[in-house]
Write a protein that binds this ligand. Structure first.
Ligand SMILES: NC(=O)c1ccc[n+]([C@@H]2O[C@H](COP(=O)([O-])OP(=O)(O)OC[C@H]3O[C@@H](n4cnc5c(N)ncnc54)[C@H](OP(=O)(O)O)[C@@H]3O)[C@@H](O)[C@H]2O)c1
Length: 343
């Protein structure tokens, strides 16, 4: 197949590109040449900024365009205006953040989508990201038609080349060993997917011409925070000791879920880790063993080149992740001593 990836040189797109080449597809990548300029010499590279002209796409035909770098509806509109009629299929990477609410477990693809307060917003923040992704979806359906669109809504993507450092922080924390603060309760649900498994499933759908919307996260069987951290400990540093600290204490100490302690969410937000992945499973989603993702992420994170490239992403600005070692030690000491949480 002739595949165009809008993006393709950082994380999810990078895995997609690598797999597309391995499967023998003819690959074109459109990007600015900042994130991974030397990657994939076998592919054709079109260097362009999505905030400028898309004229470089004015020639050529593709069986499928996979869009990993659309954050505002204008990004979809400008590509559709040039590509229309010359691409068979358009696969848009949206997000589960596009849902209006993730307040109840089991959010499925027909749940209402977010409506942004300002549909013309250009700044991608935690507040605008989901609503703008919902608008990107609407733009895609209008421009390419339902019969040619596949909307992919990933949850937390993890594994090698993750530029956010979120899930990777836990890998590095467990590798450091010692007394590890485990937030909340071991029974709390968690969902995430190795970006390589997400890429494989997406490419399968591109090859099949699947249409419609799909939540895309893992694992295929429910996982808990306890299951995640126990496997991480056993795989990476069996001598590490997990100490479960009550949610109210952790929050009372001013620890920010998701960023200070990545992946972890307090009880009220846990439905984000319980979205319905039935459609992805029914269309062949396969997730590799957690231990493999842990080991591969540890190996990648140990490479000097693992630091994310300075090239700013078009995505949301992110706070620094991970609890500092001295803060973690102080919290564990206060918890063990039965002292009240101090912000
Ligand atoms: N990470 C998660 O947990 C998560 C969860 C849900 C959804 N998502 C979505 O998943 C997608 C995957 O992102 P990714 O970073 O992994 O994809 P990627 O395709 O590997 O990397 C982003 C690509 O976009 C290019 N790019 C960035 N800004 C650009 C611009 N202004 N003009 C042209 N090209 C541009 C980058 O290259 P240059 O920098 O060289 O231009 C790079 O090739 C995103 O749409 C994100 O919203 C992510």
């Amino acid at each position: 197949m002739r595949i165009l990836i809008l993006g393709g040189t950082r994380f999810l797109g990078r895995h997609l590109a690598s797999l597309a080449l391995a499967r023998g597809h003819a690959l074109t990548l459109l990007h600015r040449g900042q994130s991974g300029p030397a990657l994939f010499p076998e592919a054709r590279h079109l260097l362009a900024d999505r905030n400028g002209s898309m004229d470089l796409l004015a020639q050529g035909e593709w069986d499928v365009a996979i869009d990993t770098s659309a954050y505002v509806p204008r990004h979809v509109r400008s590509v559709a205006a040039v590509l229309k009629g010359r691409v068979g299929h358009y696969q848009l990477v949206s997000s589960i953040s596009a849902y209006a609410s993730l307040d109840t477990p089991g959010t499925a693809e027909d749940a209402p989508l977010a409506t942004p307060a300002d549909p013309t917003a250009e700044a991608i923040t935690g507040e605008t990201y989901g609503g703008l992704k919902a608008l990107c979806e609407a733009e895609a359906l209008q421009a390419f038609g339902r019969g040619a669109c596949c909307i992919v809504r990933p949850g937390l993507l993890v594994g090698p080349f993750d530029p956010t450092g979120r899930w990777t922080w836990w890998v590095q924390r467990l590798l450091r060993g010692g007394d590890v603060l485990a937030p909340g309760t071991p029974e709390a649900p968690v969902q995430f997917i190795d970006a390589r498994d997400a890429a494989a499933w997406m490419l399968d759908q591109a090859e099949r011409g699947s249409t419609g919307a799909f939540n895309l996260t893992g694992p295929t069987q429910p996982l808990t925070m306890g299951g995640f951290l126990d496997t991480a400990r056993a795989t990476l540093q069996p001598g590490a000791r997990l100490h479960w600290v009550e949610e109210a204490f952790v929050l009372g100490a001013g620890v920010a879920p998701w960023s200070d302690l990545p992946v972890w969410l307090p009880r009220a937000s846990q439905p984000l880790h319980q979205v319905d992945i039935g459609r992805a499973l029914a269309t062949g989603l396969h997730c590799r063993p957690l231990a493999q993702t842990l080991r591969d992420t540890a190996a990648w994170a140990a490479e000097p080149a693992a630091a994310p490239p300075p090239a700013a992403s078009a995505g949301p600005a992110r706070p620094a992740v991970g609890l500092a070692p001295d803060s973690e030690a102080a919290l564990l000491a206060a918890w063990a001593a039965g002292q009240p949480a101090q912000p």
